[in-house]
Design a protein around this ligand. Structure first.
Ligand code: AMP
Length: 429
């Protein structure tokens, strides 16, 4: 199937050609016809699947077709609510790219910066608004935004918004939307509270699922290093020197941790920048820009700041800390191996994080190969693990029969994975 088969208008097809897209991704193939027909949509998909274009293209097409006879042109017709500033900016860029020949205007609003430019853009008139929840409610309460004319609403990354504590804001926003509208709801995962929220927002809907494990299993070469907390920085320097110049995104759980890693790498002549919530929006954009342009090859980020980062040809993701929410792992490694590329994801796991590793493996239904031939193997961790009650131990033998087709021992291709020694060289990643 090509984009020509989807019934898209010429200005959009032309823009897609400029973007270099020839074939719609699975979520685009499924979602675009549903959305063009006017139905609501529940999309179970993460970033990296092409979901932004899946919702942006039909919205642009609808607005374009109505625009000609519409005396209310330049009133906000579409609202996209998304958790972070980076993601909002990226979605805005996508609307600009796909809509470049349509004359449709979008603007992006988010917190952490002065509102002057945003309110100026709003007063010039926009058709599509991309917003983070807090700033949206703020500008509504100040009278700069009215949701009265909204005909298309998108709630993006719903699970992340709930994790970030936006539930009340989201409910307030949904309550303000006109009843007559098309609603789209995207979430990478569908726990109970998300399903409930989706019911509140959607009318008669169709569901499209692109399972996250497909992305991780098929595209990203994953491995894990068992290493004690105190040796993680040494191991990181070792790996970065080995892979010198490869564009690498490092995830760390805390803001303070990110800054510390940047300092340590700097001392080892590895130039890196950090992005996290304590950095100003300008500093974040600058670091991201330098990283995208290849001016720096290492970026260290917290999950919140990294959400939505889309870098062409990102070679490697390193999980300096393993996330305690398994879905976050899927999001993180999805930064590499985007729509067409393949990537590498390395994770550091200290003894306290082994439960997280187990949960992640359960979610992605794979055992992640362990690299044990490195200078900082955590022998101590194995002893501690063995002293734990049986129910807390990571019993790999127990898993041996499960999904063996997916499970690879890097060197031998076998699947006799175990916590104790196995010679697998780190040079192979
Ligand atoms: P998203 O999941 O929306 O964040 O998109 C992930 C990446 O895939 C972005 O870099 C998009 O520009 C790219 N992309 C989206 N749709 C296509 C397509 N049909 N062909 C190639 N790349 C695409």
């Amino acid at each position: 199937m090509t984009f020509n088969d989807l019934g898209l208008i010429e200005p959009i097809l032309r823009a897609l050609k400029t973007e270099g897209y020839t074939h719609p991704t699975p979520i685009q193939q499924q979602a675009i016809p549903i959305l063009l027909s006017g139905k609501d949509l529940l999309g179970c998909a993460q970033t990296g699947t092409g979901k932004t274009a899946a919702f942006a293209i039909p919205i642009i097409q609808h607005i374009y077709k109505q625009q000609k006879n519409d005396r209310n042109a330049r009133r906000i017709r579409a609202l996209i609510v998304t958790p972070t500033r980076e993601l909002a900016i990226q979605i805005g860029d996508s609307f600009t790219a796909y809509g470049r020949h349509t004359g449709i205007r979008n603007t992006v609003i988010y917190g952490g910066v002065k509102q002057g430019r945003q309110t100026a853009a709003l007063s010039r008139g926009v058709d599509i608004l991309v917003a983070t929840p807090g700033r949206l409610l703020d500008l509504i309460s100040q009278g700069f935004i009215s949701l009265r004319d909204i005909r298309y609403s998108v709630l993006d990354e719903a699970d992340q918004m709930l994790d970030m504590g936006f539930i009340h804001d989201i409910r307030r926003i949904i309550a303000m939307l006109p009843r007559q509208r098309q609603s789209l709801f995207f979430s990478a995962t569908m726990p109970k509270n998300i399903v409930e929220l989706s019911r509140q927002m959607l009318g008669d809907f169709e569901r499209v699922t692109v399972r996250p494990e497909q992305t991780t299993a098929d595209k990203v070469k994953q491995s894990v290093y068992l290493v004690s907390k105190k040796n993680k920085a040494q191991l990181l320097k070792h790996l970065l020197h080995e892979q010198y110049g490869a564009s690498t995104l490092i995830f760390c759980r805390t803001k303070h941790g990110c800054d510390k890693i940047v300092r340590i790498l700097g001392k080892g002549n590895l130039h890196a920048a950090a992005i996290h919530g304590n950095k100003s929006q300008n500093a974040r954009q600058r670091a991201l820009g330098d990283f995208k342009r290849g001016k720096i090859s290492i970026l260290v980020a917290t999950d919140i700041a990294a959400r939505g980062i889309d870098v062409d040809a990102l070679s490697m993701v390193i999980n300096y800390d393993l996330p305690n929410v398994s879905e976050t792992y899927v999001h993180r490694i999805g930064r590499t191996g985007r729509a067409s590329a393949s990537g590498v994801a390395l994770s550091f796991c200290d003894v306290e994080e082994r439960t997280y590793l187990r949960d992640i493996e359960k979610l992605i239904r794979q055992d992640i190969p362990i690299i044990e031939d490195h200078p900082w193997v955590d022998e101590q961790g194995d002893l501690i693990e063995q002293m734990m009650p049986k129910s807390h131990q990571h019993n790999r033998r127990k898993n041996n029969g499960r999904n063996s087709g997916n499970r690879k021992n890097y060197r031998s291709g076998g699947n006799n994975r175990r916590w104790s020694k196995r010679k697998t060289t780190s040079k192979q990643v």
